[in-house]
Design a protein around this ligand. Structure first.
Ligand SMILES: Nc1ncnc2c1ncn2[C@@H]1O[C@H](COP(=O)(O)OP(=O)(O)OP(=O)(O)O)[C@@H](O)[C@H]1O
Ligand SMILES: [Mg+2]
Length: 381
């Protein structure tokens, strides 16, 4: 019998090194982010004069290069000060990993070489030890820059105590990254007054900018030259969808994988289109599978009525939903809330139609995803 790995060990005709298309890869150059990177450098350059820099807030939608640009600036500063007589520490913290003030402070303290345990101490004790570093008792003139990536997660979960603490510690400067423009509504006035931050906005990329980004990565990742038309299509699709570089790179990588699966020797426009479908398919499936039971039941009712070619008003949907969820159905009001939630997730859409004079208006619901895909997903377990 042939070894089961034999077929899988074929060398790809398409990829040279897929890891350059990976989310984790940090490119050495970031086209179209010069302006933002220079601003960060301008503010951070204060540290070279031994002064703590202003706090910075970085805003922008997903995939606009915020994390990549900030990490790039961090590395540049660290490289630059290597042989200089300044004591600068830059700590990157992803608030999805450390999502309370306590955890962030413990992490920072540990990074500064302090012996602080993960549990057992009170917050006050941890804060005390951390703040002592900056009272010139342990390390003279240290400047600490704290990068809080995805800060909205921390603020929502644990309030703005972390910003209060950090902005009120001498020689500490905060750079927060948020993709939620209104994240400051989580910040109370006591913090606003000490957070005198500079704001830097990362706009979505347009199609031409995405082409530059894609071209650079394509050269590193693929064995073959990818046709300009293919890159253009990939950039156009991603530009239409929020100007998200991560999505553009995902499309290109998935298209390469599809071409590989076909045993092809290049990536074509058709592969990009199929990649788009595959990515959307995966996202929809993930969303549906993680919905709570009652939401799945509402969706099941919409699916059933759709297959019967019925026009779905909220009233009719509620009737159908009650049939499906015998015994433990929610109120009409709650089902109405679920309809809005499903609409926000992009799985369904609603529109209001007028029944003619004096007859009022009705909300009509329609499915926004493939019925076969929905049915397979809902009934797969
Ligand atoms: N200007 C650029 N040049 C090259 N690659 C880029 C550029 N901007 C973003 N990328 C790449 O796109 C992907 C997404 O970028 P990044 O993670 O920095 O986005 P983000 O703004 O932090 O998104 P999120 O808000 O979802 O965290 C990364 O793989 C990154 O390397
Ligand atoms: Mg990010």
């Amino acid at each position: 019998m042939e070894n089961i790995f034999k077929d899988m060990d074929n060398e790809s005709l398409i990829f040279k090194d897929k890891s350059f298309l990976d989310h984790k890869f940090l490119p050495e150059s970031l086209p179209h982010r010069n302006e933002q990177i220079k601003l960060i450098a301008k503010y951070w350059s204060e540290t070279l004069k031994n002064k703590p820099p202003s706090d910075i807030t970085v805003y922008g939608k997903t995939g606009t290069g915020k994390t990549a640009a900030v990490k790039f600036a961090k590395q540049q500063l660290l490289d630059y000060i290597e042989d200089k007589d300044v004591l600068i520490r830059i700590e990157y913290i992803r608030c999805t990993d450390y999502n309370t003030e306590y955890q962030v402070i413990v992490r920072l303290a540990q990074q500064l070489g302090l012996d602080v345990p993960w549990r057992g101490w009170t917050k006050a004790e941890v804060l005390n030890v951390f703040k002592r570093v900056f009272k010139n008792k342990i390390q003279k003139n240290i400047i600490l820059i704290v990068i809080l990536d995805e800060i909205d997660i921390l603020l929502q979960k644990d309030g703005d105590g972390i910003l209060y603490t950090l902005t009120r510690t001498d020689n500490v400067s905060v750079l927060s990254i948020s993709n939620y423009v209104e994240f400051k509504k989580f910040i109370t006035p006591r913090v606003t007054s000490s957070l005198r931050d500079k704001e830097i906005v990362f706009p979505p990329y347009n199609a031409l900018q995405l082409e530059d980004i894609l071209n650079e990565r394509a050269k590193m990742s693929f064995k073959i030259n990818i046709d300009e038309k293919v890159i253009k299509l990939c950039a156009a699709l991603a530009a239409k969808d929020e100007g998200d570089a991560r999505y553009a790179l995902d499309l290109l990588r998935t298209a390469g994988e599809i071409a590989d699966e076909k045993g092809g020797s290049n990536v074509f426009e058709e592969d990009i289109r199929q990649a788009k479908e595959r990515i959307e398919h995966n996202i929809t499936t993930d969303i549906i599978l993680t919905l709570p039971t009652q939401q799945q039941r509402v969706l099941e009712s919409i699916l059933h009525l759709t297959k019967l070619n019925e026009e779905i008003s909220s009233g009719k949907l509620y009737e159908e939903y009650k049939k499906i969820s015998t015994g433990d159905s929610l109120t009409y009001r709650r089902v109405f809330d679920i309809i809005s939630q499903l609409e926000m997730l992009g799985i369904i859409s609603t529109s209001t139609i007028s029944r003619g004079r004096g007859k009022g208006r009705t909300n009509i619901i329609s499915l926004q995803c493939d019925t076969v895909l929905l049915e397979d997903t809902l009934f797969s377990f």
